[in-house]
Unconditional design. Structure first.
Length: 318
């Protein structure tokens, strides 16, 4: 039901803001291409994360009591995420032909159409934030702009295309922090700002909850990406550039150690925050990852052995 609500509001918001069909059809191709890229949506991890954090902050147990304006924030997160996927798939970037089980946008609509659709969704994502009431009193928009712009997510894309990750595990983790963690940190901290937790006169960026949510988002993003890198191996998507830059191939021991450390940080930070609905959502995601890992352990073992990244099967992550 939660996914259905997030998706239905997303569709409504896009219909509200994207170009309408006209007699000469000008501009409408952006509407069609946007719908193709966004629907059906993926896991909706970031909107769901924000959804649960907002409920914890606002003291809401029943999802039906979530105010309608909050869905502009979940729509912002998914729209912004999809723009990054469209651009990542372009020939000048990762050059991927498939996304979410169907041809990527530039394969289905053309390269310039995909480029401009990504640009449109980037702009539209910030327009969605302007529909949230009361944001003049919180630094939501400048926070999002800073973390997702040329000093954050986009900077990560620049480093990625410069093969920054090949230099070592520290560089790989920094790249993941920028490209993946930043939008997850925005999901958490934006929901916290909107949930109006612990209202006081303290500067929000020095608040203890802000620091803990920042730490949680960082570790969650790095964990998300390292696990995603693992899943590419058994999903048969591990070739070309993905294989070249994979930390599991280049820095296996360090990568396994870092994954364990960030999982511990997630556990510790969730204990400190005491946000139960957020904890349940994150643990459900991690448990599902663990089940997939166990189901595909033989494939991973065979792959790691072929790479000679460790001596014996016992070195595989427990």
């Amino acid at each position: 039901m939660q996914n259905t609500l997030i998706t239905s509001h997303l569709a409504k918001h896009l219909a509200q803001l994207l170009p309408k069909k006209t007699m000469d059809n000008r501009g409408y191709e952006i509407n069609e291409a946007s719908s193709y890229a966004i629907f059906p949506p993926g896991k909706l991890f970031r909107p769901n994360l924000a959804f649960n954090l907002f409920k914890d902050c606002a003291g809401i147990k029943d999802y039906k009591k979530i105010p309608k304006w909050f869905y502009y924030f979940t729509s912002f997160l998914e729209t912004h995420h999809v723009y990054t996927l469209i651009h990542d798939d372009l020939p000048c970037m990762d050059d991927d032909d498939e996304r979410r089980g169907k041809p990527s946008l530039h394969k289905a609509y053309g390269e310039w159409q995909a480029l401009l659709t990504g640009d449109a969704l980037l702009s539209l994502s910030y327009e969605l934030l302007t529909h949230i009431p009361g944001t003049k009193n919180i630094p939501l928009l400048p926070f999002c702009l800073r973390q997702l712009g040329p000093r954050g997510l986009i900077y990560g894309q620049v480093l990625d295309l410069n093969n920054f990750a090949l230099k070592g595990i520290a560089q790989t983790l920094y790249l993941h922090e920028l490209k993946t963690s930043r939008l997850i940190q925005v999901s958490l901290i934006g929901a916290w700002m909107l949930g109006k937790c612990e209202q006081d006169n303290q500067n929000i960026f020095y608040h203890s909850k802000y620091k803990k949510l920042w730490r949680l988002g960082k570790s969650l993003g790095i964990t998300f990406q390292l696990l995603d890198d693992l899943s590419e191996i058994w999903e048969g998507q591990f070739d070309g550039r993905e294989m070249t830059i994979s930390p599991w191939k280049n820095f296996y021991t360090e990568t396994a150690r870092e994954l364990s450390l960030h999982l511990s940080t997630i556990q510790q930070t969730l204990d400190e925050l005491e946000y139960e609905q957020t904890r349940q959502f994150i643990f459900a995601y991690l448990n599902k990852c663990d089940q997939n890992f166990l189901k595909n352990k033989a494939i991973l073992l065979a792959t790691f052995n072929s790479w000679k990244v460790f001596d014996g099967a016992a070195a595989l992550i427990d």
